[in-house]
Design a protein around this ligand. Structure first.
Ligand code: AHR
Length: 507
């Protein structure tokens, strides 16, 4: 009998937690600084894949195209999204890409089979075109070199082509192609996901690290101002920690960042498990921070090594046949907001993040013929990019918790807090993970006086499954002003919502 009672009891405890009125407390102290939130956290990624480059950012036949063939609506939406940096040309594509194919007269560029995704690559968008895209959209370029099938010389020559003043073979070639001024590309990736067996030129940790070290040396010797990002883990098997340790140990003198990748999905159709997924991301970051500390301490390093989370997103429905055109819903928008909350909580170590990808392919914006529209995930991303700047704060959060499968003691509220001393504002970002309960939260300010009004931005929709389409934006940001009467105020975070509150502080 007892054997049966226990699960029933457990079920009713969990069910009660999900059904009773929930309360929480958040304490904000602007003196508890974690680290500066780098604007590169609001980065993105464009890969030669599906309709991201061709038919996305670049479509010379579209009525939306500018004189260079780039879609004006995509350029405008990229600015509107607040994107700071864009990684290119891949992804998996980068591991088979030979950059010399993509320069010079467009009609003479070779067509090649891309073995990463199976498409024919026309090479109509290459280095000079990507640079035009970055300057037209006001973003920083981040180039990932081919350390899969590529050579050391290719990597080094690409730096020379982009960054050297004229007078050398490759910089003169750039001038001949119409660009005498160097592009000064600062961020360079040392390959993509080389730990994955799906990668062209996959290597084990030792082989990758040796090869990447030689590439790093000659790339830095070509331009000492560049920042290098080593290919960290993307494949969280039992060897991922060893991979990151080997990479950091071998490359520590040359690299500025180690990259991490993570994709998530509601594979089990379990809301609460899906909502807990970023606790895994938090764990991956914390372990990598530990590895960085270990290596920096062993080599008595002064130079920091940061984390570039240069691919992250929700991605679980659309694979090859659909060219990865995922349609996002309200639930996915919450997960994207939680990725950003996680990066902000680790603002001392995570100094770059790139949502994969920008347009059409697992993206916050889509183009349907001549119309661009925003997916649900666009809204939290743009709110963060536009408002979430300053110092990340360590924040006390007391909230009811739940267990879901392997995920234990997950607080219903996922919170990050920033203090911007230029604008003297607190930016509080809160995801209420609860499926159907609002959470009344006492927000207590520990230092300075809060202004008597605050701006609230909310991303929400009646159903977690609500999606946007080319004709309807069910999920979007709603803005309102609220009055605050004292330093301790109460706010009720609606069920399954993302809320950002911006409040001035008078010191
Ligand atoms: O973003 C889609 C793919 O996901 C990228 O090409 C690859 O790096 C990752 O596995």
């Amino acid at each position: 009998m007892k054997k049966f009672l226990f699960p029933i009891l457990l079920f009713s405890i969990i069910a009660t937690a999900h059904s009773q009125d929930l309360k929480a407390k958040i304490k904000i102290d602007i003196e508890r600084k974690v680290g500066e939130v780098d604007s590169l956290l609001y980065g993105n990624f464009t890969e030669h894949l599906g309709r991201c480059i061709y038919g996305g950012i670049y479509d010379p036949k579209s009525p939306q195209a500018n004189a260079d063939g780039f879609r004006k609506d995509v350029l405008d939406a990229t600015k509107n999204l607040g994107v700071s940096i864009v990684r290119w040309p891949g992804g998996n594509f980068a591991s088979g890409y030979h950059w010399m194919d993509g320069i010079g007269a467009k009609e003479s560029r070779p067509k090649r089979k891309d073995l990463a995704w199976g498409d024919t690559e026309s090479n109509q968008v290459g280095t000079d075109e990507f640079m035009k895209f970055t300057s037209a959209s006001g973003v920083e370029p981040y180039v990932c070199v081919n350390l899969g099938t590529g050579t050391l010389d290719e990597a080094r020559n690409w730096v020379e082509y982009c960054n050297a003043p004229t007078g050398l073979y490759y910089s003169d070639l750039r001038a001949k192609n119409g660009h005498p001024q160097p592009y000064h590309v600062k961020y360079w990736g040392l390959g993509n996901e080389i730990d994955g067996e799906w990668q062209m030129g996959h290597k084990n940790a030792e082989d990758y690290s040796k090869f990447a070290l030689e590439a790093a040396k000659i790339m830095k010797w070509s331009d000492d101002n560049i920042k290098l990002i080593a290919s960290g883990s993307s494949n969280y098997n039992d060897k991922w920690i060893d991979w990151n340790r080997t990479v950091l140990t071998t490359l520590h003198d040359y690299i500025d960042y180690i990259s991490l990748h993570h994709y998530s999905g509601n594979h089990e159709k379990d809301h609460y498990k899906f909502m807990a997924i970023t606790t895994r991301v938090d764990n991956i970051i914390t372990i990598t921070e530990g590895l960085i500390n270990e290596v920096r301490s062993r080599y008595k390093m002064q130079k920091p090594i940061y984390i570039a989370f240069d691919e992250y997103n929700v991605w679980y429905r659309a694979f090859n046949e659909q060219k990865l055109e995922e349609h996002y819903n309200m639930q996915d928008a919450l997960v994207v907001a939680m990725y950003l909350n996680t990066f902000i909580r680790h603002a001392n170590s995570v100094k770059m993040a790139n949502l994969a990808q920008l347009v059409n392919v697992i993206a916050p914006m889509m183009v349907t013929n001549d119309k661009l529209w925003m997916q649900t995930t666009f809204y939290p991303l743009s709110l963060f990019a536009k408002n979430a700047h300053g110092e990340s704060l360590q924040t006390f959060v007391q909230s009811d918790k739940y267990d879901a499968g392997d995920y234990k003691q997950i607080p219903y509220l996922d919170v990050s807090t920033i203090y911007n001393d230029k604008t003297q504002e607190i930016i509080l970002s809160v995801v209420n993970r609860h499926q159907d309960k609002a959470i009344e939260t006492s927000i207590q300010n520990q230092f300075g006086k809060l202004a008597d009004k605050a701006t609230v931005y909310e991303v929400n929709s009646a159903n977690l499954t609500d999606e946007n389409t080319v004709t309807e934006q069910k999920v979007k940001t709603k803005e309102k002003e609220i009055s605050i009467n004292a330093d301790n105020f109460t706010y009720s975070f609606p069920a399954h919502s993302f809320t950002m509150i911006k409040i001035k502080v008078k010191s």
